[in-house]
Design a binder for this molecule. Structure first.
Ligand code: LMR
Length: 392
């Protein structure tokens, strides 16, 4: 049986981790996988997470199964954090293993409900989106998103392509901090997209993996809330990996907004999908998140640390844009300061990306996506000088 298997293509982001690890050079710089790192290169456990873990260790009396949909308190706290109050009647939800688990469950739900629907993804998008869609054998189409010239959003392209969406098609949107480009729609553009897609009868699916990493926790949820208010049905796949820094705990949620009347059936289908795929979702990370969000002091401390993380990345963006100005004697990388989230697509060629790796030990994804948080005040000028050398 197993002889029938063919080798699978390697994930380009995960592949970089091994390449970087095996590079013996001193001073190598890892701008690959989307993991936050502080100035010392550590991905820290956040203070509130540590405090919640201590409390949990003291108070947890059982590790018996949790609910099939996750702990109701977790789901309610997450719906509140993402959408605000007032959604209980319309929000069906399941806890999932990370944001990827939520995306997978969302796509499975779409397949179950409308197997012939086309899922529209931005060009480019996080590579795992098309990978899972293809794996599930679903129809897929792309809408233009990134303007390679300005490194901003090609908004005319977005609107032109989304005008082709058919009724019942699903449109995958990045709620904030677009991955891989770092270029985002402004509020007015979001409104136009919502109006267009609502007129088309499309179903939006929002991937929200970086809430709190862009313009702030509330600000980063604004587009998702606009979408939630604009459609009878919305799917939201959210992750706690980044904003709570609990990557390996695999903590995510899929929220399906529907009518009050349909909620029980939708919830039953979400539970069914959890049962088919992994039965009960992981609980440890979800429990920590719940403890933090239900405790005012822990919430305040978590928000303060998340804000430090966000400000740190913004500071690195400003510094990198300034260093690139100096190093290239041009303003063509100024967009780095306008991008938001962990990533920026620099617009370098694949050849230049390879030269950065081979000649300068600087690792970034082949499409020239950098993880801003992989930098620190000392490595920013090193990166700028290297970019000027390969792309000057
Ligand atoms: C990334 O895009 O680097 C992150 O979302 C991590 C991953 O799983 O790819």
């Amino acid at each position: 049986m197993l002889e029938a298997l063919n080798p699978q293509p390697q994930d380009k982001i995960l592949q970089l981790i091994a390449l970087y690890r095996d590079d013996p050079r001193d001073g190598k710089i890892d701008l690959g996988v989307g993991v936050y790192k502080d100035a010392t290169g550590l991905t820290p456990v956040m203070r509130a997470v540590k405090a919640a873990e201590k409390k949990l260790w003291d108070t947890e009396k059982t590790k018996t199964y949790t609910g099939l949909a996750g702990e109701p308190a977790y789901n309610a706290a997450m719906v509140g954090m993402i959408l605000g109050e007032g959604w209980a009647d319309r929000a069906a939800s399941v806890a999932t293993p990370g944001g990827t688990g939520a995306i997978r469950q969302a796509l499975e739900l779409i397949k179950l409900a409308t197997p012939n629907a086309t899922v529209w993804i931005s060009a480019p998008t996080w590579p795992n989106h098309p990978s899972i869609i293809k794996y599930l054998g679903m129809k897929m189409a792309e809408y233009r998103y990134f303007d390679a010239e300005t490194r901003g959003v090609d908004f005319a392209g977005v609107m032109e392509d989304l005008a082709k969406v058919a009724k019942g098609d699903v449109v995958l949107l990045h709620g904030c901090c677009h991955n891989p480009t770092g270029a985002n729609l402004n509020t007015d553009q979001w409104q136009q997209v919502v109006t267009l897609l609502a007129a088309k009868g499309a179903v939006p699916m929002v991937d929200l993996a970086y809430q709190g990493f862009g313009d702030g926790l509330e600000e980063d949820a604004a587009a998702t809330r606009l979408v939630a208010n604009g459609f009878p049905e919305v799917l939201i796949a959210a992750s706690c990996s980044k904003n709570f820094g609990i990557y390996r705990e695999r903590t995510g949620i899929l929220i399906a907004l529907t009518s009050v009347d349909r909620k029980a059936v939708v919830q039953g289908n979400l539970n069914f999908l959890n049962r088919q795929n992994y039965s009960f979702p992981p609980d440890h990370g979800a429990r920590l998140v719940t403890m933090i969000l239900e405790d005012a002091a822990l919430t305040a401390d978590w928000k303060a640390e998340l804000e430090e993380v966000r400000q740190n990345m913004l500071g690195l963006r400003t510094q990198l844009a300034a260093e690139l100005r100096k190093a290239t004697n041009s303003d063509r990388f100024d967009f780095v300061a306008d991008h938001r989230g962990m990533f920026s697509r620099l617009g370098l060629t694949e050849d230049q990306v390879i030269r950065l790796r081979e000649e300068h030990a600087i690792y970034m994804v082949g499409d020239s996506r950098i993880n801003i948080a992989g930098l620190n005040a000392q490595t920013v000028p090193v990166l700028a000088a290297a970019i000027a050398k390969v792309a000057g």
